[in-house]
Design a binder for this molecule. Sequence first.
Ligand code: IVH
Length: 674
Amino acid sequence: MKDSVQHEIQKLRDEIERHEHLYYVLDQPVITDAEYDALVRRLQELENAHPELVTPDSPTQRVGGKPREGLQRVEHSTPMLSLDNALNEQELRDFDARVRQFLKGQQFEYVAELKMDGLSMAAHYRDSRFHRAITRGDGRVGEDVTENARTIRSLPLRVKKHPAPGPAFEVRGEVIMPEKSFERLNASRDSEGLSRFANPRNAAAGALRNLDPRVTARRELDFIPYFLLVDGTFPVDSQWESLETLKQLGFKVNPHRRKCTDLDDLLRFIKHWEEKREELPYEIDGIVVKVDSVKQQRELGFTAKAPRWAIAFKYAARQAATTLENIEVQVGRTGALTPVAHLAPVAVGGVTVARATLHNEDEIARLDVQIGDKVLVERSGDVIPKVVRVVEHGVRRHKFQMPKTCPVCGGHIVREEGEAASRCVNTNCPARLHESLRHFAQRSVMNIDGVGDALVEQLLERGLVRSVADLYDLTVEQLTALDRMGEKSASKIIKNIDGSRRQPLWRVLNGLGIPFVGERTAQILADHFGGLDEIASASVEELREAEEVGPKVAESIRQFFCEERNRELVERLRRAELQFTQAKKARKRGRLSGLTFVLTGTLPTLTREEAKAKIEAAGGKVAGSVSKKTTYVVAGEEAGQKLDKANELGVRIVDEAGLFAILETDSNSPTAAE
Ligand code: IVH
């Protein structure tokens, strides 16, 4: 039995590794995401049932680690040097001349590679398995980021080719964050009110050095190797062969590289990628040129800080100075207000730029920029150009003020404490409506097939909808009158809209688009309260009684339902007969199920959230106020009125140590569990 399980586990791991390589390294998946997920799920099931069979190189172990206190410093096998730069063609010519002089008429070749803009890392392998990863650090000593590196899907946990280059080897390369992941990350930071990362390199560095590997895992990093080392030296005859070997071992070697015989060849490659760099899915900041032969590299040797056999040709920064003529405010999907710089048009890397983002109020304050100033704008990748800094104060400069009401609908603007973005809180704000409708109709929300971008666009243009509730008043005739819409498709869409009235409460709740309330939170709230009206009228304290609902989410929900227009929307959805109730779900059974706790004052070691999480994990409930139903009040220092109330009602009071005791034993509960 055990043998056959072990056999199935091994087969699944091989299969999953093969698909991960096809997907993350070669970018050529041969199965669907769902099929892949099914394989991982099956493996996870088997490993859950047989924890003794879990090994650190199992694909399920990429995100196993827990947050740590700090990163350990580790010395490199041989220093990770940096490269000398060539900033223009002449400096590259000088480099080439030096190499030729050193090699005294020998024939030689260069390898030209893209210089990816990330941070370098050394990945160590033992017995063909990933063993440890170290950041470059100061070149001599780096930081141990093994658990984080494990989450990088393109980094093989087991290498493919046997035999490996030796029982132990090291792969050095660049950890990068692809442009798309970077944009997604900043968008989600915007919506959480966190500050943005300035560029993918900083974001990659933050992710790789994060103390919590689960954070790293979400950041979608990539590892692109450029050196293979055994005992600190190259085990092959040439750089080209190094890269080929790495590819065979299963690493994601950059396919854009070329062997060049002379300077003209190099310059062609450099020029080609200078023009095409925008098309790459990640940022590059130049081209690295290396003498190919390892023997000739040895002859050339090193200066104090860099090899003589390699150089980095750096592309000119895509920046230009221009005047900031005005700042306009745009309203995005979540209602977030983005200040946009209007600039005197200027050419940046061959493209005329007249607009640039200023992100948010804090960014304007950080840059200390005012209208009339001369500013530096930067274009990198496909992202919107941004203002990097002030070059010179304008003679007549004036401060920008964030509007007090929404520039599109006149609705309230709210900026929560600790949030970067100011938001328009009106869900029916026309600027937000398009995206609100798209969100509402989405498969994962109300699942209304046929209500896509094109239809939403037309509905808005013709004034047929002014709120998501209007969808439920649409008729077949109205839709048939739209462009490219036959009666058959129109009826189908109306039928789909009609069918969505049966979608469960949590989907309706998610559809409202309350900031910070996504699918999971919506499900938790629906399960906890059982009805939309209960949620709408709940106090912040009551909202926080639901699992995982912290102060920020609770506050956001309160805000939402306080807004008159949002309440109107809810009423219209009620009239459209959407599902406003559902059966309350039984709470998780556990040792503390049926027990209600109230926390008050400051506990010596646990934060409120931690204490709440512990109680809930054991099946208990945490309430905001003391009543006869309260089983225990957990009191810390400076406990206030809740303690008086507990005394008054005769509710048991414990301190943190008492709470720990309750969590550890189940026999001393005063009331029987359900
Ligand atoms: S070779 C002796 N190859 O650029 C160091 N580096 O300025 C040789 N980089 O620290 C490094 N892409 O972080 C090499 N294809 C590539 C590279 C590359 C990016 C980075 C790396 C290095 C820096 C050198």
